[in-house]
Design a protein around this ligand. Sequence first.
Ligand SMILES: [Zn+2]
Ligand SMILES: [Zn+2]
Length: 310
Amino acid sequence: MAEHDAEAFHFPERHDPIPELTDEVDRLWNEGQHRSALDTILRFLRTNGKSATAFEWALPLLRNTRKPDVNITEPITPQQLGNPYFAPIATECSRCVNFWYSAHVLRKDYAGMTIFNPIGQQCPVCRYTLCRTCFTPQDARCPEPGCSGELGVPVLPTGRPRGMPANPHTEKLEHVLILWRDTPTTREEADELLDLACTGQDRGGIIVRSQVSQAGERASYGEEEQLGLVLVGLYERHGTISEGGLRDRTRVVLIDSPGRGRRLVLVTAAPATGTASQLSGPIKYFLSDEPDAEGPDTPSPRRRWFRRKT
Ligand SMILES: [Zn+2]
Ligand SMILES: [Zn+2]
């Protein structure tokens, strides 16, 4: 693996066709419904994980956006372009956070390929990449220390290591805590936040919990993060998170949720062995806007108040 492609998807030499996916994508594509075609691919990726076939169909759709075309009745959206499920096939500039999608990886005839005014250039040795804005045509030497490569084409996927960090721990999750400030997290939003913070990770049987942040109005991001980590530590002490979760397997993802404010998502990966590594089944939600979330034995203050009144 090259230095700068740790988060990229590496296409295998061969892979099996998936007609139940591609028949529908092909039909939507030919009808100019690119947005729906990509949504179909997204649904597949969400359920089945990374797939060479799905990515192979997604790449040309994702790079087709610059020319307006009357035959495209449904163009793809900026949200789709930035969707974390497509991050493994994106190419990110190593200097700024520009990213784009290049379909060069799907071509077998790299040799002698000439591309005028490419969106970016890449080192074939280490995959150091510069976008068109950051690249200086006078100097094509690879800026990676110790690398003797030269920037050029083809440009292959790098993933989006800075735009969308991947969880370095495991592919399996154990616990997700969402801290909110003004507006409680709904079930629907919790799933969106999971998609953003835990893309491509196995969520079977995990607990997703949301709580109001007790940090003061003026608390900085760092202070709020500390508070969140204290809570993760408490859940570990109570046995909800298995041992070492706080110290070794938790990362914090800050997400600005449109119209709902700042969310701090504390994602705890499962350990490599033990019960939590085998979790499966539906996700258990304990969300602060669901009074029954903690179970019937612990009525929320609102319900007690209601009973007293009647
Ligand atoms: Zn750049
Ligand atoms: Zn290089």
